[in-house]
Design a protein around this ligand. Structure first.
Ligand SMILES: NC(=O)C1=CN([C@@H]2O[C@H](COP(=O)(O)OP(=O)(O)OC[C@H]3O[C@@H](n4cnc5c(N)ncnc54)[C@H](OP(=O)(O)O)[C@@H]3O)[C@@H](O)[C@H]2O)C=CC1
Ligand SMILES: Cc1cn([C@H]2C[C@H](O)[C@@H](COP(=O)(O)OP(=O)(O)O[C@H]3O[C@@H](C)C(=O)[C@@H](O)[C@H]3O)O2)c(=O)[nH]c1=O
Ligand SMILES: [Mg+2]
Length: 293
């Protein structure tokens, strides 16, 4: 199988690259060769690589910055995602597109299912929602995977921020009233691979649609931070006390959903694949970060 992945340095792109193996080629292409806002660059990449499937994790992911940079966020997350899906469709190949829990308002009391009404609270989530719709309309063989709270040894993420800031501070104030599921990048990559394999094995495209794919369990950002420090401390790494605070005490330009828990049963049933609990990802991430330093 040959997989073309958009973006080269993104967390999910790098985790997908790590899955390259004998018999499995993973080609990650980012700017300037492949730019989501330039359809011709995507067509050229597909013509050159001749992939069996295209995975699109590239995105404008700066949640707060998007509030004052709406055009750029939509250019990548809506028009750009459509470009990738349409280019794949023109080559008659499926697309696996990565989306987010931030398409929801957070008002629901239970985990969200795929058929629940969306209602993004910020520009990032709104642009990603528009991207989902355009991807599904542009390619009859499209899987939209909504995941959440991604962390990995790569790029920027909450776990790496906590370890960095925790080095110099005894106490960190972290919001405790936003609920969701941290999801480890390599587990996302394995889930994407399961989707790719299914899509190629069942070329009728009956699997097209939206799916929720997050790790097992749930927590809050404060709970995530506590677990990070507990495990980091036991390995002799950075440690800090976490002071749980309400969202009101941590003002940010973008409003985030208070509940973005996702129900993954549809994903498990169709793709016969399950992600491990979020806590296990922390341990593996700390090991990988130790190895990298
Ligand atoms: N991070 C998270 O917590 C979550 C992420 N998601 C979704 O998962 C996906 C992957 O996220 P993640 O790996 O963390 O993202 P990152 O922010 O780590 O990486 C995004 C990548 O997209 C690339 N990119 C941005 N604009 C363009 C463009 N115009 N053309 C080509 N490449 C571009 C960036 O390249 P460059 O280096 O050139 O800027 C970067 O490599 C995204 O779709 C995101 O919306 C969903 C839920 C949670
Ligand atoms: C650094 C920090 C953050 N926070 C809060 C702010 C926010 O509510 C929450 C998470 O902050 P971050 O900015 O790291 O996370 P954020 O950028 O909102 O992460 C999101 O990224 C996009 C791309 C997604 O798709 C989402 O699933 C989600 O992962 O924690 C604290 O309370 N204390 C702190 O010290
Ligand atoms: Mg952030």
């Amino acid at each position: 199988m040959r997989i073309l992945v958009t973006g080269r340095d993104g967390q999910v792109a790098r985790c997908l690259a790590d899955l390259a193996d004998e018999g499995r080629e993973v080609v990650c292409l980012g700017r300037p060769e492949l730019d989501l806002t330039d359809r011709a660059s995507i067509d050229a990449a597909i013509a050159k690589v001749r992939p069996d499937v295209v995975v699109n994790p590239a995105a404008y992911t700066a949640v707060d910055k998007a509030e004052s940079d709406r055009e750029a966020a939509y250019a990548v997350n809506a028009a750009g995602a459509e470009n990738v899906a349409a280019a794949a469709a023109a080559a008659a190949i499926p697309i696996v597109h990565i989306s987010t829990d931030y398409v929801f308002s957070g008002d629901k009391d239970a985990p969200y299912v795929e058929t629940d009404e969306t209602g993004p609270t910020g520009v990032y989530g709104a642009s990603k929602l528009e991207g989902e719709k355009r991807v599904l309309a542009a390619n009859p063989k499209a899987v939209v995977l909504r995941t959440a709270w991604v962390f990995s040894p790569y790029g920027n993420n909450f776990l790496k921020t906590m370890l960095r800031v925790g080095k110099d501070r005894d106490v960190l104030r972290v919001v405790a009233d936003q609920h969701g599921t941290p999801t480890y990048g390599p587990d996302i990559a394995a889930g994407v691979l399961a989707v790719c394999e299914h899509a190629l094995a069942e070329p009728d495209g009956a699997w097209s649609g939206v799916y929720h794919m997050v790790a097992g369990g749930e927590t809050t950002w404060a709970g995530f931070a506590e677990a990070i420090f507990e495990r980091s401390k036991s390995r002799g790494g950075a440690s800090a006390a976490v002071e749980p605070i309400p969202t009101a005490d941590y003002p940010t330009p973008a409003q985030r959903p208070s509940n973005s828990r996702l129900d993954t049963r549809k994903f498990q049933a169709v793709f016969r694949h399950d992600l491990p609990p979020w806590q296990s990802g922390i341990d593996r991430c700390l090991v990988a970060l130790d190895g990298a330093s």
